[in-house]
Design a protein around this ligand. Structure first.
Ligand code: FE
Ligand code: FE
Ligand code: ZN
Length: 303
């Protein structure tokens, strides 16, 4: 049995749907994965195909991927923190998204709390609470995982206390958990170098039992920079050893860990020459050994 539950962001396109996502995850030697049900920056979504879903679920079973560890990420333009003209749309979109996730048989949906856009975080948080209580009801069969944010712009959910305030407002608290993103909390000001202290603080404020998934990313910037620029594992300001400590932490066993590190580019001018790093990052994590030739290995593999 594989103790480590590790995967990466994979694509989901309308022709192959979940089956394509599983195949991509397997090509990275991953035992879980995360995807958007369409483009992350828009809300155009195809209907879920029953046959493809069934085939995907069978392929997962054959390869010991537990569907309970698979994650959907809601599109990041959905903003529940500002009750302006897009608020009602965001609420109804999220209701439909939950239905899609349920149809796929997936149990966890990661959501950015949202940006208050000038209202202040207190009002922003109230808007998030109101919206989530509209979206989640007694029949909701998905757990919403609120993601900890880096503090870019007017984001809400940049401290554990802000996330806790949202959780405290939930009518169905058992249906809402937290997604901890290592790049985001580092950029928000928390230390990954002293991760035991950070985790202790998380436990005191929110509670470890509320941790539904982790995003494992290095960061291009210094702790507290509020920038949110992800970097490849071991190639940023957090570093390989600190991330490895998170990944293999005793208290985080059984919690899915998802890489959202940037594709590697070999030609700044061409989108076709961007390659996923995940197969090699996962290999490095499993071996617990930093690979100084990561970029060269990716290039050799995909050329
Ligand atoms: Fe995210
Ligand atoms: Fe993330
Ligand atoms: Zn991010």
């Amino acid at each position: 049995m594989d103790d480590l539950i590790i995967g990466a962001h994979v694509s989901f396109n309308k022709d192959t749907q979940l089956l394509g996502s599983v195949e991509e995850a397997l090509s990275y030697q991953a035992n879980t994965f995360m995807f958007y049900t369409g483009a992350p920056q828009n809300t155009n979504r195809a209907d879920i195909d029953y046959e493809l879903t069934k085939k995907a679920q069978d392929l997962m079973k054959e390869n010991a991927i537990d569907i309970n560890h698979v994650i959907v990420h809601a599109p990041y333009i959905i903003n529940l923190a500002n009750n302006g003209s897009n608020y009602d749309f965001a609420i109804s979109f999220l209701k439909q998204e939950i239905k899609r996730v349920e149809t796929l048989g997936i149990k966890k949906l990661v959501l950015h709390p949202g940006s208050h856009v000038g209202l202040g975080s207190e009002l922003g948080i109230q808007n998030i609470i109101f919206a989530l209580n509209q979206v989640i009801d007694a029949n909701t069969n998905v757990i919403i995982c609120l993601e900890t944010m880096a503090g870019k712009g007017s984001e809400c959910g940049i401290t554990f206390e802000e996330i806790k305030a949202i959780l405290d407002g939930m009518k169905y608290p058992e249906k809402v958990m937290v997604c901890l993103d290592t790049c985001h909390i580092h950029d928000a000001g928390y230390s990954i170098q002293d991760f035991d202290d950070t985790l202790k603080h998380f436990d005191e404020v929110i509670g470890l039992g509320k941790l539904g998934c982790l995003h494992i990313n290095d960061s291009k910037n210094e702790q507290g920079s509020h920038k949110d620029r992800h970097e490849n594992i071991g190639y940023g300001k957090i570093g390989f050893d600190a991330l490895l400590h998170v990944i293999y932490h005793d208290k985080l066993k059984g919690i899915p860990k998802i890489l959202e590190t940037p594709y590697v580019s070999f030609d700044q001018n061409s989108k076709e020459r961007m390659y996923p790093p995940y197969r090699f990052e996962i290999e490095m994590i499993r071996k617990k050994e930093y690979n100084p030739n990561l970029m060269e290995d990716i290039r050799a593999y995909y050329k």
